[in-house]
Design a protein around this ligand. Structure first.
Ligand code: SF4
Length: 92
């Protein structure tokens, strides 16, 4: 299986249904990480508390993602830029 250095690379390379719904944990309100939501936090691992997923006790990094993503209010522009890096495929 191929691996990727960023979730946007994976979204571009794999055949996923509705890839536009997939967001990064770093900018997701369900990611239970402490600390400022900037790019430096991306390698950190924390639980996912999304109601449909929390029973799975998913441990995800800020660079992980899924299609249950919902935006964390007040997330920094730096975190947004990290999450969207390489996203230009979406318009093609
Ligand atoms: S796994 Fe999905 S729902 Fe959970 S924190 Fe990451 S993006 Fe959000």
């Amino acid at each position: 299986m191929p691996t990727y250095s960023h979730l946007q690379e994976l979204k571009r390379a794999e055949q996923l249904p509705n890839p536009q719904r997939i967001g990064a944990c770093l900018t997701c309100r369900f990611w239970d990480a402490e600390g400022s939501r900037d790019e430096a936090l991306a390698p950190t691992e924390a639980l996912c508390l999304q109601p449909e997923l929390r029973n799975f006790q998913l441990i995800v990094s800020g660079g992980s993602g899924c299609n249950r993503w919902e935006k964390q209010p007040g997330v920094s522009a730096e975190a947004e830029a990290y999450a969207r890096r390489g996203e230009e495929y979406a318009s093609s």
